[in-house]
Design a protein. Structure first.
Length: 371
């Protein structure tokens, strides 16, 4: 049945709407209000609950999606388990869930593409980039809450080549500012993290390969910095430590009231805000074919255009292009349609940015093509 939801439905969150998590949520979903975008949204809800699993980086966004899905399709539910990208891909290819959440697209070399096609009844699986979350460079320097940094300076701080906040390279990016003779104290994630993976990809791209670290395990210079487990711990360590700096998902420094650096990619300092991150997403190049929307990360991390905030983590929903039973296909399409139109204010409170309109239309085109 095709349903057009009107504003009267927006205040109601179906009691059956659940978001399941193996490890619990990192933060609560913001409460109250409805999503105005749902008032005139046409979705064909289907009759089956939707199951998904994977990336913890998108867990809080999934909570927002589930809330909106419960409003658009009353009585339906989205069950999302935060288990990590690898487990999400494995559960999807094994046919245990309807779609997987992953910090990276399916890997052909690892056999994931072939396994996913087999799970999809011989049809291609698509990578749909639905969730974008900026990575903040957060620091604790008293009296200097409006600093600009760039990739070279940040990399040298984590390599032990810049050890003081009044280093000439920092001063050059911040003319007229009084910088203290204060030790730089870098903090990084000690656990494996998609945030570390994306941050290192950014440093490598934006420094022209000068940063050599890669992968989910952060690779600071020998004896440089201090590791902490989880985003909350690195953020709390920055708050407690004068001279500290770290990379962390946007919501954490916002909630703690920490300073967030502007990023200067060569065209002037750029604030971290929804509009500037949206410019980075709009500038993203798609390297997949057709409705397989794999993003070329270099086109984000290397974007040096004015007003672009380039340090952005994106996650994918991995879906079958075909191969679902009809009711599951309807439900998956409904969830992802609602997700693409998720409440912008609620997403920002959770630390993410809404899809810019042009990019959203690409995503919706792929969602609508699921058969």
């Amino acid at each position: 049945m095709k349903i057009k939801r009107h504003s009267a439905a927006l205040g109601f969150l179906a009691a059956g709407t659940l978001v399941l998590s193996a490890c619990g949520t990192d933060q609560n979903v913001p409460q109250g209000g409805g999503n105005p975008a749902l008032a005139n949204l046409d979705v064909e809800c289907g009759t089956k609950p939707v199951s998904a699993e994977g990336s913890s980086a998108q867990k809080n966004a999934m909570d927002v999606f589930a809330r909106d899905y419960g409003m658009a399709c009353q009585g339906q539910q989205l069950n999302y388990t935060k288990s990590g990208s690898g487990k999400g891909v494995a559960a999807f290819t094994a046919g245990q869930i309807d779609f997987g959440g992953s910090d990276s697209p399916l890997d052909e070399a690892d056999g994931e593409v072939a396994k996913a096609a087999e799970r999809c009844q011989g049809n291609q699986a698509w990578n749909i980039p639905m969730v974008f979350g900026p990575i903040a460079i957060s620091y604790n320097v008293e009296g200097a809450d409006d600093l600009a940094l760039n990739a070279d300076v940040i990399a040298k701080m984590y390599q032990g080549q810049i050890t003081k906040w009044n280093d000439p390279a920092v001063a050059a990016l911040n003319p007229g500012k009084q910088l203290p003779d204060l030790d730089v104290v870098p903090f990084f994630r000690s656990d494996e993290s998609g945030t570390s993976d994306n941050f290192q990809k950014y440093l490598s791209t934006a420094t022209g390969g000068a940063w050599k670290g890669e992968g989910k395990q952060f690779q600071a210079g020998p004896g440089i910095g201090q590791g902490r487990e989880g985003s909350d711990q690195v953020a709390q360590s920055v708050k407690a430590t004068p001279g500290a700096i770290t990379y962390v998902e946007w919501s954490f420094p916002k909630n703690l009231g920490l300073s967030i650096a502007k990023i200067d990619s060569g065209a002037g300092p750029v604030d971290l805000n929804t509009a500037n991150v949206g410019k980075a997403i709009d500038g993203a190049q798609i390297e997949g074919e057709g409705n397989d929307l794999r993003v070329n990360l270099d086109s984000i991390y290397g974007n040096d255009q004015p007003g672009v905030y380039p340090i952005v983590l994106n996650t994918y929903e991995i879906v079958c292009s075909k191969g679902y039973d009809p009711e599951t296909a309807k439900a998956v399409k409904a969830v992802l349609t609602v997700a693409a139109n998720a409440d912008a204010a609620q997403l920002e409170k959770a630390g993410y940015v809404p899809l810019p309109e042009a990019f959203k239309q690409k995503v919706l085109g792929a969602v609508n093509a699921i058969a």
